[in-house]
Write a protein that binds this ligand. Structure first.
Ligand SMILES: [Zn+2]
Length: 139
């Protein structure tokens, strides 16, 4: 037998866990390289541009541009009147990195490549995610 898998692990310390911890606190933060100035996503240890280890977290504007979208269809279920299609989008953040997300309140057919979007943190404590809205719908 191998060791029990339900033993609690060490506290989250990796870059991805740090990103998720910011999201859980309602913030979209990106790593920024202190040597070449690049903003980085996905979170990582080394700058992918200059291999520097000097990465610091900084708030992102949350603004970006839709790079592409792909529409996923799911089989409708009885009693479930949610839309049977939703779009996965890739957003080029103004800081540079590309992030995969969704525009949950925008019909898939209305999502245009090149449209400006604004990030928001949605979801419950412990399961928050980064979603986007059209920038012009800001309140
Ligand atoms: Zn760098």
């Amino acid at each position: 037998m191998t060791a029990s898998p339900d033993r609690p692990g060490p506290p989250p310390t990796g870059p991805d866990q740090q990103f998720q911890a910011h999201v859980a606190d309602g913030r979209l933060w990106l790593q920024t390289c202190q040597d070449c100035g690049s903003a980085i996503f996905m979170p990582r240890i080394l700058c992918p541009h200059c291999h520097s280890l000097s990465l610091q977290w900084a708030p992102a504007s949350g603004l970006g541009t839709v790079y592409t979208r792909s529409v996923l269809h799911r089989r409708p279920k009885p009693g479930d009147d949610r839309p049977t299609e939703h779009a996965i989008i890739l957003v080029d953040l103004d800081e540079g990195p590309r992030i995969m997300s969704r525009l949950p309140d925008t019909p898939a057919a209305d999502i245009r490549i090149g449209m400006r979007v604004r990030a928001r943190i949605a979801g419950e404590d412990g399961a928050r995610v980064v979603l986007f809205d059209p920038e012009e719908s800001k309140t």
